[in-house]
Design a protein around this ligand. Sequence first.
Ligand code: SAH
Length: 457
Amino acid sequence: MQASVKKNDQVEIAIEDIGSEGEGIGRYNGYTLFVKDTVMGDKALVQVMKTGKTYGYARLIKLIKPSTFRVEPRCQIAARCGGCQLQHVEYQKQLEYKENKVRNCLTRIGGFTDVVMEPISGMDEPYYYRNKSQFPVGRNKDGSIAIGFYAGRTHAIIDTEHCYIGAEVNTEILHYIRSFIEKYKIEPYSEEIHKGLLRHILTRVGYSTGEIMVCLVINGTEFPHKEELIKGLINIQGMKSICLNVNKEKTNIILGEKIIPLWGEPYITDQIGTVSYRISPLSFYQVNPIQTKKLYDIALDYADLHGDEVVWDLYCGIGTISLFLAQKAKKVYGVEIIPQAIEDARMNAQINGIDNAEFFVGAAEEILPRAYKEEKIYADVIVVDPPRKGCEQSLLDTILAMAPKRVVYVSCDPATLARDLKYLCEKDYELVKVQAVDQFSHSVHVETVIALHRKDI
Ligand code: SAH
């Protein structure tokens, strides 16, 4: 479509939707414009910055009529911070947006019509929910220590000690570490010159146990005055694990592979429902414990287990879903690519006295096809919970060949979810249940659980 505007034009538009980065979306004579700092329901005067074939970008000049969905964010840095994109949008509207996002993906990418969804599962109190936080360390323009969050789309650090979606105890931890590195003149890492020691501070907090882990990510293998550091940190109630993570690479990836335990156990323990989980610094663990319980309950419900089923849980992490399922299945097999996570999964089975779960290290798209070819493995139910890029086609083909009665797909990206479902449902499965869960309140992200049933039963 020909753009109905050109660069620098100022036009008045109504914002109708939110884009994937939290920006407002409106139309001018049918031409789509993405406008940062606007919210659905706004009437705004905007200036066109860039036009493309099918859509363009504009910036907000003036709010003519603010949306009734706007709210004052609790956090003062919410507009700049890359962490929350939607804090200025009423929570109910955030939920509606996320549910629509899932529905739209299923319709547009998946080709499903008349998708019936359970209402999205939201939080009662969508603050202080994250059990894991990662704070970059650097310097402010005036040379003072900066600890906080990256500003949206940049690596400029917004210096702050309080995050409204992280664990409240983080403020105390950051405050102490800041004074420590000031006192001992420990140099923060600089990305530009690839020098300096302290890169990130990672914290994990067990929601139901209150156990705390602090892990300092360093460009080196030694931390000066570590005895002193430990002495201070263990005064914080709940401290269970203090460690270093070595990351000497020139990379955006936060964590390196090597962990050096400094004090306590190299893990913390948390509980979801009646199952206890050991969590190491490198292991994946869902970040929102309150919603995770709901997510796993839905997955368990969709798996519809009666005690005699064989279940494969692919992308199992530290065995969280596997052990949830094992309580109701005959046997659960978990597959996960990170060896340390599988060590945790095996330990988790043991500490919970669960003996009907077995775990394998490797890529799901390699382990499953090979095991099916060589050993003709069988499944009544297959659960997948892949990272954002979704499942490889070779894995989907193996699922089709194994023909489990039910497939439960837990997804953090509705677009790849819809793509994979389309593939499975063009063949032998039908989409039976869909529910979105708000795991990431105030961000644009959404988690979804779906149930597929084999068409012929
Ligand atoms: N089900 C788990 C983890 C889900 S996150 C939970 O709810 O906690 C996705 C997991 O997939 C991560 O642990 C990641 O390490 C793992 N992973 C990524 N690519 C993989 C692959 N190709 N094969 C198997 N696991 C993979």
